[in-house]
Each structure stands twice: as structure tokens, then as C-alpha cells.
Design a binder for this molecule. Structure first.
Ligand code: NAP
Length: 276
């Protein structure tokens, strides 16, 4: 039953591999957050293509094991371990990238925090770490790479969340504010970037079964994509360079967000009261 529900809610089909291969042949693709979850699944998906993947994340052991595992595949894999929240480390990554022609930036690294405001009164650092990773880091990377992306008519793909298009939900202030910030930044920039021959695509993903959602008990029963399905969605954006991916039911959610805004607010209140 869950399988059928997942199939209806998240119909995901593999793209034509030959066309994907032609599109990415000899391209250099930078993937942030490549060590786990969606980023890791994407590395496996693209490894059969003759291209260069630059994998970025903090956990160097994990990056090394992915590099080893994929060493017999067609893609050439480079790894760079960095905490993207740290300005100096981010600068080191940008210097390292000078040696490459980066054709595609996939902004995927992210953290989420699910915590009520009343439990966050002494936790300003939650808001700082989400904004640093989910907003400042991709902005800085984009600013550094735009000149080179322009030269090679490149692409920026942002791995975003469907939540940024819907009514805000209780407990997700830090995460949603930071994801929305970069989504807005990129949407503001996208016409200018398009004029510079840089394509901009956003994957507005629903829930994906990765370690990111493991600690949120309520999500264990929710239908969710598998990481490989999310990677397939990103590969469609690589192939088609479309402006965005959203699940087909997003429009229903958006209309409901407007019409039932008050009801949703009351549901949030009810949820908080039950938790107290
Ligand atoms: N899972 C979902 O339900 C869902 C839904 C919609 C959108 N998304 C988005 O999908 C993206 C990937 O998330 P995921 O679900 O695959 O989560 P994940 O399994 O936790 O992976 C997150 C990735 O980001 C990297 N990362 C975290 N903090 C970092 C830092 N300070 N510096 C550098 N890299 C860092 C992690 O590597 P290290 O820990 O090794 O640094 C890891 O590779 C995120 O942008 C998330 O917002 C997820």
C-alpha cells in the first residue's frame, strides 16, 4: 500500500542515459554535500559517465571511501573536505577550484533543525549554523564561480525543499528561513544569470529518506523519496536544464496554503497544545 502511495505521489523515472551521458561528457561537476544521502546517491548515478566529479563535504573518510568505491567507474573523482560554514575553509575550497573549469555547480549540502522557538531561546547558534550553510555558503560559492560558469555556459542546480513554496510549519523556523533565503536569492539572480548564459535549476524536493530526517520521529510514517529517486530528479534537471522540479501536487498545496491558511495555523496551534 505504502509502495503504491509512494508511486502515485512521487512518480520518478530514470532519464535517457545516452542523452544524459552526451550532455555531461567531459564536464566538471561540483557536488556539495556529496558524502551522504542525496549527494552520495547522485555521485553513484553520475559515476558511469565520462566526466569529472568534485565531491565536497566535511567527512573526509566518507569522501575517500566513495572515491575508492567508484575508482573503476568512468567518472574521474576529486574530493575536497571542507566545513562550508567556516569562511576560511570556504576560501580554501574556492582557491582549490581555481585549477578546474567548473561547468556545473550542484548546491546540495545542507542541515535541517526541527526545534520549537521556546526551546531555542538560548540557541542562537542554531540560526547561525543553518544560515551559514544553507544560505551564505552557496551565495559565496556562486559569486566565486559565476565568471567561470559564464565562460562555459554552465548550470547551477539548487537542491531545495518543497516547504519553501508552502505555508510555514511550526518547529522549522531555522531550516525554512535559511532554505527560503537561498531560494529567493537564486530566483532574484536567475534572470541575470540566464543573460550570462548560465542556466539555473531548482529541485523543490519533498521528504527524502536520508539521515537528515532520521531524528524527526513523525516523518518515519510519512511517504518519502529514496535518495536515489532524488538523485534521478537532479539528473533530469542536468539533462533538461529546466528551471525547476516540483512534485505534481505542489500546486494543490500552494492553493491550499492560501485558502486554508487560517485552518493550517489552527492545526499548528492544536499540535503545539497537544505537545505541552
Ligand atoms: N532529506 C529530506 O527530506 C530533504 C528534503 C528536501 C530537501 N533536502 C535537501 O537536500 C540536501 C541534501 O540533504 P540530505 O537529505 O541528503 O541530507 P544528509 O544525508 O544529511 O546530507 C547532507 C550533506 O551535506 C553535508 N554537510 C552538512 N554540513 C556540512 C558542512 N558544514 N560543510 C560541508 N558539508 C556539509 C553532509 O556531509 P558531512 O556531514 O560529511 O559534512 C552531507 O553530505 C539538503 O540541502 C537538504 O536541505 C532534503
Amino acid at each position: 500500500m505504502i509502495k503504491l502511495l509512494n508511486y502515485v505521489i512521487f512518480p520518478v523515472h530514470k532519464p535517457d542515459f545516452y542523452r544524459l551521458e552526451q550532455r555531461l561528457l567531459h564536464k566538471t561537476i561540483l557536488i556539495t554535500g556529496a558524502s551522504y544521502g542525496i549527494g552520495e546517491a547522485l555521485c553513484h548515478l553520475l559515476a558511469d559517465i565520462e566526466c569529472q566529479l568534485i565531491l565536497v563535504a566535511r567527512t573526509s573518510d566518507k569522501l575517500q571511501s566513495i572515491q575508492m568505491l567508484l575508482s573503476a567507474k568512468k567518472a574521474k573523482i576529486k574530493i575536497f573536505s571542507v566545513d562550508l560554514r567556516e569562511p576560511r575553509q570556504l576560501d580554501n575550497l574556492i582557491s582549490y577550484l581555481q585549477a578546474f573549469r567548473v561547468d556545473i555547480l550542484i548546491n546540495n549540502a545542507g542541515i535541517s533543525i526541527c526545534r520549537p522557538i521556546m526551546q531555542s531561546l538560548d540557541r542562537m547558534h542554531d540560526f547561525e549554523r543553518t544560515i551559514k550553510l544553507n544560505y551564505f555558503a552557496p551565495v559565496k560559492l556562486c559569486l566565486a564561480l559565476i565568471p567561470r560558469l559564464r565562460q562555459c555556459r554552465g548550470q547551477i542546480i539548487n537542491v531545495s525543499a518543497i516547504n519553501v513554496l508552502l505555508t510555514p510549519t511550526v518547529n522549522w523556523a531555522a531550516y525554512q528561513a535559511s532554505k527560503t533565503a537561498f531560494d529567493q536569492w537564486l530566483r532574484c539572480a536567475s534572470a541575470e544569470l540566464e543573460k550570462q548564459q548560465i542556466k539555473v535549476s531548482t529541485a523543490y524536493l519533498p521528504l527524502v529518506k536520508t539521515r537528515m530526517i532520521e531524528s524527526t520521529k513523525a516523518y518515519r510514517r510519512f511517504p518519502a523519496l529514496q535518495p536515489v529517486q532524488a538523485a534521478i530528479i537532479i539528473s533530469h534537471l542536468l539533462l533538461t536544464q529546466k528551471r525547476h522540479y516540483k512534485p505534481w501536487w505542489t500546486i494543490i498545496g500552494q492553493i491550499a496554503s492560501v485558502i486554508f491558511n487560517g485552518v493550517w495555523f489552527k492545526l499548528n496551534l492544536y499540535y503545539i497544545k497537544r505537545k505541552l
